[in-house]
Structure formats: C-alpha cells, structure tokens
Design a protein around this ligand. Structure first.
Ligand code: CDP
Ligand code: MG
Length: 710
C-alpha cells in the first residue's frame, strides 16, 4: 500500500469514530447476532450505510457469505462503495464492490457488496434463497422505492416462512432493514414485530424561512431556477461561513443554475460585497445522478481555505448522500418524480411540488454539525395549498409491470394479496397484468409464458426486450441492439445554455439527422451510434458533433452486455427464427412495432395525433424530433416516450405503416384486465395456490404425493 493511501486511511478512520453510530457499535452487532431480523433507524448521516457493513465484517459475518446492502439510487451505491473501500484501504472491486445495472464492479474476493435494489431483485430470480449472502441489508427503506418495497415483501415471506418451519431448513440470511427515522414502528410490525435498534441522533436547530418568491402558480422551471440562484448569491454575500446546498429538480435545471451562478459570482465586487471575508470565494458544484463518479466524489472533499462551497443537487442529497459542512439550504420546493399518468396510460417523469415531510428532511441537512438555516423560495400559501403531507410511495404511483412479472417468475402468483407495505390500488395491478398479457409475457390464466421468462432475463422494459427478441428472430439484431442501448442511457444530444452555441449544436444535430437518411428518430440514434463507433477518435467525434461522449460510451458498454445476453439465449435450440425480407429502414421499424404497438398513434386534426391504446389521448410531436413540422406528411406513427406539459408530447418518433400493427392492435383490447387476475382472485386462487404450494413443498421434500391429489 502506498504511503499516500495509508495517511489517507488514518484521517478517514479518525473521522468515522466521530459518527453517531460508532458509540453503539458493540450493541448493534450484538443485536444482529441475537435476532434474524432487525430494523435499524437513525438520522441521515449517522453512519448506517458506510459503517454497519464494516462492523459486521469485523465481527466475522463474512465467514459464511457476503454482506449485501441495497440502495435505491445507483449513484449512492457507487459512491458509498468507493468511500468504504477507501476507509478499509482496499481497491474498489476487491473486498468492497458495487453492482448496478450495466456495471458490475465486484470480484470473487468481494465480501461487502453495495447494490441497487433493482439488481438484487433480479438476482433473486437466479438465486431465490440468496444463498451467497450471510447478511442482507435493505437500506434507505424510508425512500419507499418500488424495488425496495417489493424486496421487503419477499424477505418478509421468506423470513416468516423460515420461522414456521423450525429446523428442517437452513435459517435464512440475517435481514437488516435500515431507515431514517420514519415509520419504524410500521416496519417492525410488518416484519412480524421484529426488534428496532435506534441510533440516537444529534441534530442542531435549523431555522426555516419562507421567502415568498414563488406562489402556487409558478411551476415554470425558468422561474424557480432564477430564484434559487438569486437566493444562493444573497446568502453567500450576507451570511457567515458555512457551505450551501441548493435543491433543484434535474440535470438541465442544475446545469442552468450553475452557469448562472458562475456568471454572477464573477461580478461580485470583492471584498466589499461579501459580509464574511473569511469565505470570499465561491466553489460551485453540481450533483446529479448521471454525473461521472469522480466528479461526484469532489462533493465530499472539504472546500479550500477562504472558499465557500455551493452544491446544486437533485434529491440525491436529501437522504442517500450526506455532504459534510452544509449550514445553509436553499429549497426550490420541487422534485422530478416518475408518476403514472392516467391521461396517457404511461409513466411520465414530471416536476411536482415536494411533500411537507420531504421539505423538513431537506431543511434537516443544514443541522448536522452546527445550527443552520433553510431558505424556502416558496410562500406559505404554496406550502399549504400545493404540498402534500407525505410523499406517496412509488408502488402506489408508477407502473408495476416489471415487478409483477418478477413476482410471478418467483412463484408469487397471487400478486394482489402479496404483502405490500402499502397496498397499491388494484387497478394498477390489473393494468400491469394487462400489459404483460399484451406483450405475451403471461397467458390468459396469468401464468408466465416462455417469452415472459425471456423478458425477465433482460435488464430492459418489456417492450424494448420484445423488440430485441423480434430482431434476433429476424437475424437483424445489429440494427436494434444499438437502438436499445441508446434508449437506455441519458440523452446523448448536448444542449448548451449559450444561445450562439445552442445554434451551432442544433445545426450539427440537424446534419446528423440528414445523414441518417430517413425521417426517423430511432434511425438517427442508430446512425449516431454507428458513426461514432466507426470514427477514428470517438471522443473527438462527439466533441465536434455536440454529442455527450460519456453517454455514448455507456451505450457502447450497454450494447455489448445486451449482445452477450442475446447470444446466450440464441444458443438455445428452441429460439424462434422467422424469415423476413426488407430493407434496413423497414426492418428496423417493423421490429419496433412488435414491441411498441401500445405506443402507436394516428393523425387526427391539424398537427395532432390520437393514440390507439384505448385512452385516445391527443398528442403532439415534440420539437426535438426530426418529424416535427412534418406532421402533414404522416398518418401512423410510433413513439418511445411521452412528455407532459400543458400538452402531451411524444418523443423519439418514427413513421410506420398500418399493416405492420394491424394484427397487433386488437391485442390491446382483447381481454379485460380483471379476467387476467383470475389466479389472484379468492375463489380460484385458494385452490390453485394450495396446489402450487404443495407442488413446491414436494420439490423440497416436505409433502407427500397424496397431499397433491387432494
Ligand atoms: O447512512 P447514513 O445516512 O446514516 O450515513 P452514511 O451515508 O454512512 O454517512 C456517514 C458519513 O460518511 C457522512 O458524514 C458522509 O458525509 C460521509 N460520506 C463521505 O464522506 N463520502 C461518501 N461517499 C459517503 C459518505
Ligand atoms: Mg444511508
């Protein structure tokens, strides 16, 4: 180990002993030894995520298996694993590693593994008993992400089942459920009255102020971005030393705010305008999910002497990541959230007001090491009229399609009576079943088909998987793999804030679209992918064409991984092969139709289209599409996603022919959703399920053949 690394390690160790959790180390380890399931709660920043796995490692828990810790956010999984590997003085990917979708940084030596909740859910499919783990820690449970909620239900089943079965089965892994102080009682009751361990917090008072810059009607991003920038600069010039944390909604708003901050910070007259001369400089740092991780790490370093740090972040900084030194919060009052939109029947990323509990959590980030201040740019009226008391858990507001399929593959057929911590509305479950039926993942009886089993193998939404499998059957996957990869990464087109540069970028992007040879946004993605890969220096090519190199690089890696999965599946002799002739553009679009037929729309009046999925929504083509302003020439279109503002926009669009979807569209209306839940319904279920359970028991050798006949 190099000297530099060692000294680094000493500092960190000294720091970790100051964390609230350190005082409770022995008791906490003992509590986990004493019980098979424990709820651990403590304020954010008390050291749960980074320290507890290390304590368990020291206490010998890794002798019989690994320790896995789930995180709802991929950024958190990566940065925390980095931090813990530093604290242990090992390289990332050795003893400590992480695994997130499309990025596995673990090895056979890994004993502490940070993982997104979605990844663990997929892993359960291959290993339902989670045999390789001695401790399973579900972290950030208070965030109530869909995948964590489902894991919680699955572990509950497993845990209670094992308790009922006395000694015949190996006791499952220890289960630890960690949450910031919310709802611990509810969690404990849910997990069969398991014990709760509370890490007493230390919180300093935070004064909270409403600044009245925005009212209930100001939901335009340009308004709140401007106001948070003004607030942050005001703070910098008038308040004593202490770092600032600004909460905004997403990457583009954050980049805009940072640009404005750079510009205006330059025009501050030093030293006259600054009240506290010990922090004259302002270090502006963005923080959002798709940022490169080395840049994210900069957030955790303390600012140089004489400089105040100002971090402009998404909700990541509310609970998953704790930034040291923050004394001031600027709260925009908004968050970007995935919600099911019943008007379009799809999940849509929307900017919505945060809940009051979320606002309190944001404010709390200023009181970790000393007293702090929180400036809310909105009015009290906004607080009262627009902000709900609590954030609705994801399971009650987004599409359940993939998790329902996963549950079914795990043998949970009664998806309606599955133990949800908060039950989703039945109509969401039914909608998911209907969608699964429409894409042939389940049959009329609600049983998973062979195709459904293929779908869960792919880390993609079912419609995109269907497209890929269709392409593979037609031997043209080289067209669709890049498209699927490009749709799985962040937006690749750079939109600079500066008007002149923006024009230049737009011109380049138009040129790329023309070179793609057809008015089809999917074909443009394919062409950009191929051109970039074939170029001598892909990164230079990107710079020249205003394309995000980081995003494309990620797409290259995703394409490679998808290719590997597909190649493996194709080795199966049953893999379907269909014959089909046609040129590239037609082949591409016909494959897309096979997966996206629910996202088909037909021209209606003027420049509008209406969707065919039964919602009949009126939609417009988004200005970013190559088909924008060509509506008059089109009749049938297919789209990838939807953006809802005052209008419903469809993005990533291509023209199609009615014949290509004619046979598929009836499937959208073929069954009523409730017919599919027959397995889940009381009368049918009980019999079915008992039969199924007995069969399972038989497999495990705990039931007799006679039981099955009954
Ligand atoms: O999980 P919990 O919120 O209880 O705390 P944690 O995430 O374990 O954070 C403990 C401490 O580690 C905090 O003071 C963080 O600032 C610090 N930390 C860090 O410096 N770098 C990271 N990548 C993660 C955490
Ligand atoms: Mg944590």
């Amino acid at each position: 180990m190099s000297e530099r690394k060692q000294s680094h390690r000493k500092v960190k160790l000294w720091e970790t002993e100051k964390l609230p959790i350190y005082q409770h180390k022995e008791k906490l380890v003992q509590a986990i030894k004493n019980t098979s399931c424990l709820v651990v709660t403590g304020e954010t920043g008390s050291g749960k995520t980074t320290q507890l796995p290390q304590y368990l490692h020291q206490a010998g828990f890794c002798k019989h298996g690994k320790i896995v810790i789930t995180q709802p956010r991929r950024v958190a999984a990566i940065t925390v694993a980095q931090r813990v590997s530093q604290e242990l003085g090992c390289s990332l990917g050795s003893e400590v590693g992480y695994q997130v979708r499309f990025d596995d940084c673990t090895s056979k030596d890994t004993v502490i593994k940070y993982m997104t909740d979605g990844c663990l859910l997929r892993e359960i499919l291959a290993d339902p008993e989670l045999k390789q783990y001695s401790v399973v820690i579900l972290d950030e449970v208070h965030e109530r992400s869909l995948n964590t909620d489902i894991l919680l239900g699955l572990l509950k089943n497993k845990f209670l089942q094992a308790r009922g079965e006395s000694s015949s089965r190996k006791v499952p892994a220890k289960i630890v459920v960690m949450s910031a102080t919310l709802e611990t009682n509810k969690l404990s009751v849910f997990l069969g009255d398991c014990p709760v361990f509370t890490i007493p917090g230390r919180m300093f008072p935070v004064s909270e102020m409403f600044c009245n810059f925005i009212g209930p009607k100001d939901t335009e991003s340009s308004v709140y971005v401007k106001e948070v920038v003004k607030m942050a600069l005001d703070l910098h010039t008038s308040e004593p030393a202490g770092d600032i944390l600004v909460f905004l909604t997403g990457q583009s708003e954050i980049e805009k705010a940072c640009d404005m901050l750079y510009e205006r910070a330059e025009s501050i007259h030093y030293p006259y305008d600054v009240h506290d001369r010990s922090v004259e400089g302002l270090l502006i740092l963005p923080l959002y999910g798709s940022m490169p991780t080395d840049q994210q790490q900069m957030i955790f370093q303390s600012s140089p002497a004489g400089v105040r740090k100002c971090v402009v972040a998404t909700n990541i900084a509310a609970t998953s990541l704790t930034i040291p030194g923050i004394r001031y919060i600027v709260d925009s009052g908004f968050v970007k959230q995935l919600n099911h939109n019943s008007r379009v029947g799809l999940d849509v990323l929307e900017v919505v007001p945060i809940s009051k509990s979320e606002a309190r959590q944001r404010a709390g980030r200023a009181g970790r090491t000393s007293s702090g201040k929180c400036f809310r740019i909105y009015s009290r009226e906004f607080w009262e009229k627009c902000m709900p008391d609590y954030t609705v858990p994801e399971v009650q507001r987004t599409s359940l399609t993939m998790v329902i399929l996963t549950l079914k593959c795990l043998g949970v057929h009664d998806v309606i009576r599955f133990p949800y911590l908060d039950h989703p509305e039945e109509k969401f479950i039914l909608a998911a079943l209907k969608q699964l039926y429409q894409c042939d993942a389940i049959d009329r009886r609600g049983q998973v088909t062979r195709f459904g089993q293929l779908i869960v193998e792919f880390p993609l939404p079912p419609n995109l998987t269907r497209v890929l499998l269709k392409a593979a059957a037609h031997q043209c996957e080289e067209l669709l793999l890049p498209v699927a990869a490009m749709l799985s990464v962040e937006n690749i087109f750079i939109r600079p804030g500066h008007p002149e540069k923006q024009q230049e970028a737009e011109l380049k992007h138009k040129q790329l679209a023309t070179e793609a040879g057809s008015s089809n946004d999917f074909a443009v993605l394919l062409s950009v992918f191929e051109k970039c890969r074939a170029s001598e220096s892909p990164s230079a090519w990107c710079r020249e064409n205003w394309i995000h190199w980081r995003a494309i690089k990620m797409a290259f890696s995703v394409e490679k991984q998808l290719t590997e999965i597909l190649t493996r599946l194709k080795q199966n002799p049953d893999f379907p092969v269909e014959k089909f002739d046609g040129h590239r553009s037609e082949l591409l679009r016909r494959c897309l139709c096979s997966g996206y037929f629910a996202n088909v729309a037909r021209r209606s009046v003027g420049r509008t289209f209406s969707t065919m999925d039964g919602h009949g929504s009126v939609v417009h083509i988004h200005p970013s599409s190559t088909l924008f302003e060509q509506e008059a020439k089109l009749e049938w279109i297919l789209f990838h996603d939807v953006l809802v503002t005052s209008r419903i926009y469809v993005r990533t669009v291509c023209p199609i022919r009615y014949e290509w979807v004619k046979d598929l569209l009836p499937k959208l209306h073929e069954v009523e959703a409730h017919e599919l839940s027959s397995v889940a319904r009381e009368e049918v279920t009980d019999k079915e399920i008992t039969k199924w359970e007995t069969k399972e028991a038989l497999k495990r050798g705990v039931a007799t053949e006679d039981a099955l006949k009954k």
